[in-house]
Design a protein around this ligand. Structure first.
Ligand code: C5P
Length: 223
């Protein structure tokens, strides 16, 4: 039997993309597969945690032993996460859409001869991680991700304060890295005390290592 350092701990997570509806048949999405977030959820469960995962639309199966709530949009994801606090830790991995359409059309938008292409009006989505990081019910450990294509570390450091996070897991998602949708990841863990650079490894290995680091942090008195 493996040790269960997270027994008795509850961890709230998000994973996957969000879909923002344009009309009943169309939506705006991104390339997130949910692989990294789901792998982390599974790894935390293996260490004994109770994991409540709010997942956007993904094609991969629910991770074993995880309590999964399926949602579509950022607003639905935010509402679900709020219901799951308090918790000992939050790990927000979802690639939440920054914007949603200002008005979802009630009927399919029709193409008509001579009619101009529709202009999409967008409004900003709630920042779910920042909401948790600044909540009166803030978990003791709050972990966010930062998928960037440039200025990775500077952007990640800014996110620590802006989002009220303890750690930001920064990954380069430039197209050539193949991270988005792929099976491997090279991450850096950015905290207020410095940066840990992890070598390129599988998303499952990143999950194992991150779960161990979370277990270690929750065992200490102060994180
Ligand atoms: O600001 P940015 O999208 O780069 O921040 C990424 C981190 O913030 C991730 O942990 C992501 O899950 C979270 N996030 C969120 N809600 C948003 C945008 C990002 O929870 N609306």
């Amino acid at each position: 039997h493996r040790p269960k350092p997270l027994a008795g701990k509850t961890i709230v997570m998000t994973s996957g993309p969000t879909h923002e509806a344009i009309d009943p048949v169309r939506y705006i999405a991104n390339r997130s597969s949910g692989k990294q977030g789901h792998a982390i959820a599974a790894a935390l469960v293996r260490l004994g945690a109770t994991v409540r995962l709010v997942s956007g639309p993904v094609t991969i199966p629910d991770p074993e032993g995880v309590d999964v709530i399926h949602v579509e949009s950022a607003c639905e994801m935010r509402d679900a996460v709020e219901q799951l606090l308090p918790a000992d830790a939050a790990v927000m991995v979802a690639a939440v859409a920054d914007w949603r359409t200002a008005n979802e059309a009630g009927e399919k938008i029709k193409k008509q001869p001579g009619k101009k292409a529709p202009a999409l009006q967008m409004v900003e989505n709630p920042d779910i991680l920042a909401g948790v990081g600044h909540s009166t019910l803030r978990p003791r450990l709050v972990v966010g991700f930062a998928a960037e294509t440039q200025d990775l570390l500077a952007n990640a450091r800014k996110k620590l304060d802006k989002k009220g996070a303890d750690w930001i897991v920064a990954n380069d998602v430039s197209h050539a890295t193949g991270v988005m949708g792929g099976d491997r990841n090279a991450v850096r863990i950015v905290t207020r005390s410095g940066v840990e650079e992890w070598p390129d490894m599988s998303k499952d290995e990143v999950a194992e290592r991150l779960a161990s680091k979370i277990a270690e942090a929750l065992q200490t008195v102060d994180v």
